[in-house]
Structures are given as structure tokens and as C-alpha cells.
Design a protein around this ligand. Sequence first.
Ligand SMILES: [Zn+2]
Ligand SMILES: [Zn+2]
Length: 187
Amino acid sequence: MTTLLLDGGPVAQDAPVSRTGGVPLGPAGMVWPVCRACAGPLRFLAQIVLDTGVLALFMCAHRPGECEQWSPSAGGNLALLLPAEGLAPVPVPRGADPEVLGLGAVRAAVPAGAAADGRAVLGSLGGEPDWLQYDETPDCPACARPMGFAAGLEEGPDPVTAMNFGSGKAYAHVCGGCGRAALLWQC
Ligand SMILES: [Zn+2]
Ligand SMILES: [Zn+2]
């Protein structure tokens, strides 16, 4: 069953809720992740609170397209499945451009059944992915089994908060047993 994630309006940068934008929360000592293709700090896109933990989603904004940002394995994006307890804001890398590190606004993403009630749809939880192209379910990098679909993300209605999925959609998968996550997008 699919639960929509609807725009819940502005929320604090470090709110421990599902949201797009703001600063990532991570376990103590977590270092801001970098792009495996260009080595620049990744942009924090969103965190999604799941039953199994907190999904933290990042994507490179240094060289749009060139770091294979759409790929679940090339390193131009990153999905982490973090334990829900003990999370704190991850320190911002010194000297990094804030526009590269994050979206321009922070919006709560509120789970809301199946009716949008006129609010913008930011994504979805659970159910089956509505692939724009073909089924690209990633295999878990740890156990090699197909990962489970956890959440879908839309670019969002507001240019300040828009994530760049090439006007498409992003798909986040997890392997709960291995504690791994993967992000990919299609357009
Ligand atoms: Zn990059
Ligand atoms: Zn696995």
C-alpha cells in the first residue's frame, strides 16, 4: 500500500521528521559525505523516517549529469539507512558553498493516506514504485538480493526546493537485513 508524502510547509533545518532540505542528521562522528565521482561534498536532498530507521538521501550538485547522479551505484548520489536513535546534525564542511550543499528551503513531508487534498505531493512511502521507464530494482551491494522499495520522491513544486531528477522521479530502496539503502532516478 502506498502512502503519499505531502507538503507540510516550512520546518526547522534540523527537524527530526521526514523533510526535504535542511541539514542531514547522522550518528555521532558522521562526516559529511562526498561524491565518489568528483570528490566534492554531496548535496543533502531529504530524510525520510521509515519503520526501519531514517533514510538520508544525498546527490552531487557540482557537475549535473557528469557524475551519473541517476545511478544507484556510480557514487554521484548516496542513500544511507541510519538508526533512528542518537541522530544529530552533521557538521557542514568548512568552506563549502551552501547552494551546493543543500536545497534553498526546508519542507516537511507529511504522510497522508491516498488523498492529496490539494497539497503538493513530495513523494510516497511503500507500495510499488511507479517506474517512469523500466523496472530498475537495485540489488543490495551487501547480500546481492533485490532491495525493497521504500520511498519515491518528486522534484517538488517550488523551484527553491526542487531536487534535480531531470524532471523525473527518484526511487529509494533498502535492504533492512543489511542496513543498506540505494537511490536512483528516472526521467
Ligand atoms: Zn560529483
Ligand atoms: Zn542486503
